[in-house]
Design a protein around this ligand. Structure first.
Ligand SMILES: [Fe+2]
Length: 148
């Protein structure tokens, strides 16, 4: 059984993004559990749709943040999101039709993708965005002086 648990190793140190990642890992885990428990097709479909919707919302959010901050590796990062989008679209009808082999293949892909993407690609984005915020935060000179 694959492990979809979110841990500190997946942290990118952006609270909103980390919360979205936790939700995504949780939804992937729910889908896997439903499939393992041979849940009804309608239940599996529901888990799949929730996961797909959360993934799209989350990718769009990250892409907006990266574009807003002029992230130089935006294209590379978005390319990885697009790969996940394509796989979701490719596998969704097969999962919905009850194709167990395709469902396993999708969960295998997703598990590796989530670990690799959050562990490196999202962490690099997190580091850039935190630095961008520090550089662009508007602080009153007196506030800066009082902390010096
Ligand atoms: Fe990402």
């Amino acid at each position: 059984m694959r492990h979809f648990g979110w841990s500190e190793g997946n942290e990118v140190y952006l609270p909103l993004i980390d919360a979205e990642h936790r939700a995504l890992f949780g939804l992937a885990d729910s889908l896997q559990n439903a499939v393992s428990a041979a849940a009804a097709a309608t239940e599996v479909r529901e888990h799949l749709h929730r996961l797909a919707a959360q993934a799209e919302e989350h990718f769009t959010h990250e892409e907006w943040l990266m574009q807003s901050a002029g992230y130089p590796s935006y294209g590379w990062h978005k390319h990885q999101h697009d790969t996940a989008r394509r796989r979701i679209n490719l596998y969704a009808p097969l999962i919905e039709s009850g194709d167990r082999e395709a469902t396993d293949a999708f969960l295998e892909f997703l598990c590796g993708w989530l670990q690799d993407h959050t562990g490196l690609t999202d962490r690099m984005m997190g580091a850039y965005l935190r630095n961008y915020e520090r550089t662009h935060s508007v602080r009153h000179p007196e506030e800066v002086a009082s902390k010096a």
